[in-house]
Design a protein around this ligand. Structure first.
Ligand SMILES: [Zn+2]
Length: 486
């Protein structure tokens, strides 16, 4: 395997060839990423972003299938020759609502209608970089396969709605990943690391209460308040917190208060819950109790509750076999280095963060606002606390992921600071570097298919593949139709 610390000449030339492909394409790649940043399209509405990515892959000689898995903004681009392994690169491109932000500045400054995106959204998780970085890896790998004649197939998966939509979980349920031998992806961040962490499983559920409106002063006794029901449900759920395992988290957002008039008894109100726990079965147990609380609130208020299961994802299964190969490639490629100007901008961003450390993946403290070190590989380094739909892919296909420095240290995810840095030269560097590591890892797997088999055996040992049950029931449709959206 790849255990030898000293890379062979063959490995060196492979890595250099891949890095050169990506460097050559860097102007188009950064322009593509910047364009997706501008579009800032949110879950299941990433039509423009998907079109841009699929278009560039088509131009590069990939066969593109649009709308895979019944998701209009999902697609798959494939290039292959011979019988080698099928390697998937996972790309995301969805933005977040309410995070419109000018780039390159160091203060909160939403974009105005006349410049850039005016839809109120922003790329607060760097998915414009994520989708483009994975695309860069796919194209570099394709060039490598074409030049070397090595057998293998590369598939780029355009995965919509990572934020609040679990696009990949729907794609997994619909069999869109069938035939893939290994999957690689990355996430922009503020550390350089192969990420060997699990993530929380979750359910997202919508509780809609229906009551009866009436004049709040003249005839309150004829009204049945849906808003009361939402409030009582939340009170009940907050009392539940003491009686769940400490690793359980649940959060809610009131998405409909029933109106703006205190003198009308609110006939309709709605709250959305996100329930997280280390594994799906733990989420299921808490979900059952929260459903009881909702029914209790409905009983107390004389209202009806409609429970709509929206989406779910599993916990992530790290794959040490793949991660070791990825770490080896990362070590060969080194880390991105930044100019004084890039470090200064990051320092100015850092100054706007008030004790907002995320406790992310960085395990090597660095004095630089943009760290220039590679973290030591730490297999199974705990849980990232949050959730990702990459997890469902990791249950059926050995999956590895990395993080590169794109943002100032400790920049909170889903913040204006992250949006502001999204088109910086530092972000571009991190993106291109991640692409090189992913492409080099994929090429290493193509050159040594036995590693793919070993990774698959590891996944089986950990309970994946046959042990997978999709956490989204078969009758739950993705909310791609306007009537099903929040
Ligand atoms: Zn993200």
């Amino acid at each position: 395997m790849m255990a030898n610390a000293h890379p062979s000449q063959e490995e060196n030339s492979r890595v250099q060839q891949i890095a050169a492909s990506i460097d050559r394409l860097s102007p188009q790649l950064t322009a593509l990423s910047d364009h997706i940043w501008e579009l800032a399209e949110t879950k299941f509405e990433e039509f423009g972003s998907a079109r841009l990515l699929a278009g560039m892959l088509e131009e590069a000689g990939f066969d593109v299938s649009h709308g895979i898995g019944g998701l209009p903004t999902a697609f798959m681009a494939s290039f292959g020759q011979g019988d080698g392994p099928v390697i998937a690169l996972l790309g995301e491109y969805d933005a977040l609502p309410g995070l419109s932000q000018r780039d390159g500045v160091v203060q909160r400054e939403p974009l105005q209608d006349d410049s850039g995106n005016d839809n109120g959204n922003g790329h607060g998780c760097g998915h414009h970089l994520l989708g483009t970085g994975s695309l860069a890896a796919a194209i570099a790998l394709k060039e490598y396969l074409a030049e070397t004649g090595l057998p293998g197939t590369i598939r780029y998966y355009g995965c919509p709605a990572e934020e609040g939509g679990s696009g990949k979980t729907f794609l997994v349920r619909e069999g869109a990943f069938d035939g893939v031998d290994a999957a690689l992806t990355w996430h922009p961040g503020y550390g350089n690391a192969v990420v060997s962490m699990t993530s929380a499983a979750n359910y997202q559920v919508r509780y809609r209460f229906e009551g009866r409106s009436s004049h709040a002063a003249a005839s309150p006794h004829t009204g049945r308040s849906a808003l009361d029901a939402v409030e009582l449900m939340n009170v009940g759920a907050n009392y539940l917190r003491e009686h769940v395992p400490p690793s359980v988290r649940f959060h809610y957002a009131v998405t409909n208060t029933g109106g703006f008039s205190p003198n009308v008894v609110q006939a309709t109100a709605e709250v959305v819950y996100l329930i997280r726990a280390p594994e799906v079965r733990d989420v299921e147990a808490v979900y059952a109790r929260i459903n009881d609380i909702a029914q209790g609130a409905a009983l107390m208020t004389g209202t009806q509750v409609q429970i709509r299961f929206e989406k779910a994802c599993s916990n992530l299964i790290p794959n040490i076999t793949l991660e070791q190969i990825m770490q080896h490639c990362f070590e060969q490629l080194g880390v991105p280095t930044f100019t004084e100007r890039e470090q200064r901008y990051a320092a100015a961003i850092s100054a706007t963060l008030v004790e907002q450390s995320e406790g992310g993946n960085v395990n090597t403290p660095s004095p630089l606002p943009l760290p220039e070190t590679l973290d030591a590989y730490e297999p199974e380094a705990g849980s990232m606390l949050g959730s990702t739909d990459v997890a469902d892919v990791s249950w059926i296909i050995p999956t590895a992921q990395l993080e590169t420095v794109c943002f100032a240290r400790d920049t909170p995810f889903h913040s204006w600071q992250m949006v502001a840095q999204g088109r910086s030269s530092a972000a571009h560097k991190g993106m291109l570097h991640a692409a090189k590591v992913m492409a080099a890892t994929a090429a290493a797997l193509m050159a040594e298919p036995s590693a793919v088999l070993e990774a698959t055996q590891e996944l089986r040992r950990r309970g994946g593949i046959e042990g997978y049950a999709c956490p989204i029931p078969g009758d739950v449709l993705p909310p791609v139709h306007p009537s099903l959206r929040a």
